[in-house]
Ligand binder design. Structure first.
Ligand code: NAG
Ligand code: NAG
Ligand code: NAG
Ligand code: NAG
Ligand code: NAG
Ligand code: NAG
Ligand code: NAG
Ligand code: NAG
Ligand code: NAG
Ligand code: NAG
Length: 879
């Protein structure tokens, strides 16, 4: 490519140039030739021409700069903007021992001419070629004296991110300038997790209304409503006009025009006023130049400078300011160049000599020997110009890039804020020069002022519409073979039912826009499909979303976007509930086998001590002491018995005891629980038994670990609640040990995921979520609800077994007492019994006997220790 252009150049040289080689060398020449490459018939070129000529005049008349050296500028009109001829014309400049070229104006041309500039070592100082890739090391002699689109695109992406849009559409001219600018925009958007969802390139040559029309029609069919228009000033307004006729400047659309629009509005305020109707609500950018005395003076001179213009008044745009400053940068650089001994010598020693021949007049090709010195001086310039500080950073860009953000409203424009590289978007005027700003000023002025969007609304557009191109949302649904309550295909139809599906459709109904969708079953109908495979279908693009019993896990959020969880479902342990756990014995549950054992041993020791002490005190081990001993031993053995019972029943108390044991654990085949248990809880994989269905769960639990089954099953609570609803002999043991939820999965960055999340929250707040839950999932056939819920919670009614025992014991004791009294009474009153007495008199005499007996016992208490103790003890032991 390079060689081809060099060849072109060489041929042209030999044809056109009459002059011979000049090997002039002197320290301070009286004149120095510079060139400028512009398109006079372009928005930027017209202004730049005036500005450049004004700058040259100013420098030549200024004694403090290049004193005694005349700047001899030759301004070349490329006429056609970016075509081949334009490039050739610009090459003609090179024959005049030009030491530097101001321009070219177009990035496309800059790409080509840079190759020749490298060869001839002539610096190119471009005030308008904004293509970011021109800063690359490939073009060492290209120096951009304006702001790179790299910063403009960063500003655009921050605006997009500020309004929380995710996808944009890019319309651009399909040449180096457009493509590279949009590629940079894509990079900058990616940093904000946004993206360009569709690119609409326009042909660089002779574009007509028809082509614009067909491109815009395609754009209108897209989902995104945020359109970035990166284009040339001469056709930009045409595009917006076609958009207006297509109804694309109405409500819901967002148009972000790069600085071409502000350039037109600045340059031709009169001409563009007829287009105002087409550009209402558009946001555009303008390179920011700080206010200064210098700038104000130049602005007041401007009307004088442009008096000669025939086609009406010519406004000054920021490119004009940069063009003016560019000449000054070159003048400062030349001044330094001469001061440090640089010379204007040209040599014919270059690789171009390879092409030397009789037919080619190569004598005119001169390599600027000290070109790199001039370039070096230009890079070191640090002065203040109309555009502010003129200085290059280490990555060869002007320092302090900043833009104004402008909203087109009514007959004019309104500045809604600024973007700068250091502060991002803010509403305050950027401080003079850089001056690192204190932190408070940033936070107080962050963001942008209100915008009036297309359609005359102040409401920020959502930025996208749903699939107006008639496509249905493809939703993958697992074809489950068990737990049809969650998701199931309705027999004989394409529709799906179940809890998850109903929540989803209820959420979609709440969206402010219609979403056409269709469910696509996933799975062979014989086994439950693996959810990880189902989610993978989203990443391959087969599905747009997945609805079903999908647990939100970290791993999964890495590949898809989940909505808010619509149901909580952590992992729980399910095991057979032991007989002891029937409600009557619920009060014993908090006691572990160890506690039983310790209690038993305690009683045993106390019994032994009592026995020994009693033996010491009275030799005859009889009466009360013996009874106490027997009682205590009875307690000991009964508690030890309970301890043994506990041991016999399921050892599973919850996840902790399960982890430390060596029992087999059943899990759902393909469930994420497998990873969780092995990686987080370090359970050996060999202990996990994959099971397929509730029926297999039941069988495995029934068989138990000793008969080829499992000790417990670990699965999600949502499933287990359904499982336990009809199987009362099993129950959840211990606490839920993970907190998880189920969500609907969408493609990465799908705007629907956010809106559906909002809808789920609404469903939850208005109670619909609970209603749907109750409709599908609450169905418990087990009367002993305690067996499933709150297994470890003790309530008053859990103690009824204890109360019953006590009651019976007391009753029995009372009965014994009464019987004994009755027996004594009959013995006592036996002899006095004469003749048939009335029943009431017998009762009366019995009661008086009881009273008598009690009084007598009270009196005898201190003396009759033995009998007293006996009574007390009898009560103790039986109640
Ligand atoms: C450029 O010149 C042509 C005629 O030479 C004219 O028709 C066209 O409008 C001009 N373009 C601009 C942008 O001034
Ligand atoms: C002449 O150039 C110097 C910089 O070298 C500048 O400060 C001064 O303002 C210029 N004078 C005029 C009249 O433009
Ligand atoms: C510029 O040069 C002229 C003559 O060469 C001299 O008289 C004048 O003092 C110089 N001006 C400055 C500012 O050096
Ligand atoms: C200025 O440049 C033109 C060619 O562009 C040349 O003909 C002319 O001689 C130059 N003037 C001086 C003083 O060097
Ligand atoms: C504009 O030009 C006129 C004469 O041509 C002159 O009197 C006037 O001062 C100039 N204005 C400015 C701002 O330079
Ligand atoms: C450069 O040009 C001069 C004059 O035409 C010629 O004398 C000289 O030999 C050339 N040098 C080379 C290296 O070609
Ligand atoms: C400038 O050019 C001269 C002769 O062409 C050369 O000797 C000198 O080294 C050059 N200086 C630099 C800094 O390139
Ligand atoms: C550039 O010039 C300004 C003053 O005009 C000075 O404060 C600053 O330090 C200079 N920067 C460099 C890198 O020389
Ligand atoms: C900047 O923030 C720090 C910490 O918040 C604070 O200490 C400091 O005073 C702030 N500076 C200014 C100028 O407000
Ligand atoms: C996450 O995925 C990776 C690979 O896809 C797998 O190796 C890892 O075990 C998974 N982790 C969990 C916790 O599922």
């Amino acid at each position: 490519m390079k060689k081809v252009w060099v060849l072109v150049l060489v041929i042209l040289w030999s044809c056109f140039s009459p002059n011979g080689l000049s090997d002039v060398s002197s320290t301070r020449p009286s004149s120095v030739n510079i060139g400028a490459i512009l398109s006079f018939n372009s928005t930027i070129g017209r202004v730049a021409k005036v500005a450049i000529e004004a700058a040259v005049d100013d420098i030549n008349s200024n004694q403090t700069i290049l004193n005694g050296t005349h700047l001899n500028i030759s301004v070349q009109d490329t006429k056609v903007s970016t075509g081949f001829l334009g490039i050739i014309e610009s090459l003609l400049l090179m024959e005049k021992d030009t030491v530097a070229i101001i321009g070219p104006q177009y990035s496309v041309m800059a790409h080509v001419i840079s190759h020749i500039a490298n060869e001839l070592q002539v610096p190119l100082l471009s005030f308008a070629a904004t293509d970011p890739t021109l800063s690359s090391l490939q073009f060492p002699f290209f120096l951009r004296t304006t702001q790179s689109d790299q910063f403009q695109m960063a500003a655009v992406s921050e605006i997009v991110n500020y309004y929380q849009w995710r996808d944009v559409i890019a319309i651009f001219i399909d040449d180096d300038h457009g493509r590279n600018g949009i590629a940079t925009l894509g990079d900058k958007l990616a940093e904000k997790r946004c993206k360009i969802s569709y690119k609409a390139p326009l042909s660089p040559n002779n574009i007509n209304g028809e082509e614009i029309n067909s491109a815009l029609v395609k754009v209108a069919l897209m989902e995104s409503r945020v359109i970035v228009l990166h284009i040339y000033p001469n056709i930009g307004l045409d595009v917006l006009h076609v958009a207006q006729t297509l109804g694309m400047m109405g409500n819901g659309y967002v148009w972000i025009a790069t600085d071409w629009l502000s350039t037109i509005l600045d340059t031709d305020p009169v001409g563009s006023s007829s287009h105002m109707n087409d550009i209402q609500g558009v946001i555009t950018l303008r390179m920011y130049t700080p206010d200064s005395e210098k700038k104000r003076n130049f602005l007041s001179r401007w009307s004088n400078l442009t008096k000669v213009e025939k086609e009406g008044p010519l406004g000054l745009n920021t490119y004009g300011l940069y063009a003016y400053d560019t000449v000054w940068i070159l003048a400062y650089a030349l001044d330094e160049f001469f001061s440090s001994g640089g010379t204007l010598s040209f040599s014919n020693e270059s690789s171009l000599n390879m092409l030397k021949g009789d037919r080619l007049n190569l004598n005119n090709v001169g390599v600027f020997n000290n070109g790199s010195l001039l370039l070096e001086k230009a890079l070191k310039v640090n002065k203040t110009g109309l555009t502010g500080q003129m200085m290059f950073s280490s990555d060869v860009e002007l320092v302090n890039p900043a833009y104004e953000v402008i909203n087109v409203i009514g007959t004019g424009i309104r500045r809604i804020g600024y973007w700068s590289n250091s502060l991002g978007l803010h509403t305050g005027e950027k401080e003079e020069e850089e001056a690192p700003k204190p932190n408070h000023s940033k936070s107080s002025s962050e963001g942008l002022y209100g915008v009036i969007w297309p359609g005359q609304t102040t409401l920020t557009p959502r930025g996208w519409v749903f699939a107006s191109n008639g496509r249905h949302l493809r939703i993958g649904v697992p074809l489950r073979i068990s737990y049809h309550e969650f998701v199931s295909k309705i027999e004989g139809s394409e529709m799906f039912g179940g809890y998850c599906v109903e929540v989803f459709t209820a959420a979609l109904d709440l969206l402010p826009y219609p979403v056409p969708y269709k469910f696509i079953p996933f799975g062979d109908g014989k086994t439950n499909p693996l959810n990880s495979e189902l989610l993978h279908m989203i990443t391959t693009g087969a599905f747009d979303a997945v609805v079903g019993d999908i647990t939100i896990t970290t791993n999964r959020t890495k590949i898809v976007d989940f909505t808010q969880p619509y149901i909580e479902s952590g992992l729980v342990v399910v095991a057979p509930i032991r007989k002891l756990n029937s409600n009557a014995w619920a009060f014993l549950r908090p006691f572990t086998p160890m506690m039983w054992f310790v209690t038993g041993m305690f009683f045993f020791v106390v019994g032994a001590v009592v026995w020994i002490l009693e033996r010491r005190v009275n030799d005859d081990f009889r009466g009360p002491a013996r009874r106490q001993f027997v009682t205590i031993i009875w307690f000991s053995f009964s508690t030890l018995f309970f301890a043994h019972m506990e041991q016999l029943s399921s050892p599973v108390k919850g996840i902790e005891s399960l982890v430390t044991s060596n029992e087999l654990i059943g899990i759902l085949r393909g469930s994420f629980a497998e990873n969780y248990l092995t990686e987080e809880l370090n359970i050996m994989k060999s202990r996990l038994v994959p099971l397929n269905s509730p029926a297999e769960y039941e069988k495995a639990l029934r068989d138990g670990p000793t008969n080829g089954g499992v000790a417990a099953v670990i699965d999600e609570r949502a499933y287990m609640e359904l499982f336990l609803a009809t199987r009362c002999e099993f129950g959840v043991v211990g606490q839920e040990f993970t907190k998880m939820g189920w969500g609907f999965a969408f493609q990465r960055d799908s705007p629907l995921a956010i809106d559906v999340s909002t809808a789920i929250l609404k469903l939850s707040e208005n109670g619909d979520l609970q209603r749907i839950h109750d409709k599908w999932l609450t169905r418990s056939a087990c009367s002993s609800e305690g067996a499933k819920q709150g297994i470890d919670r003790l309530e008053l009614k859990s103690f009824w077994g204890l109360f019953l025992l006590c009651g019976i014991a007391c009753l029995v004791a009372l009965l014994c007492y009464v019987v004994r009294l009755a027996f004594r009474f009959s013995r006592h009153s036996g002899p006095n019994l004469e003749g048939p007495t009335s029943r009431s008199s017998r009762l009366r005499s019995f009661i008086s006997f009881v009273n008598e007996k009690e009084e007598q016992e009270d009196k005898n208490k201190p003396r009759e220790r033995g009998s007293c103790r006996k009574v007390v003890h009898e009560d103790d032991s039986q109640c």
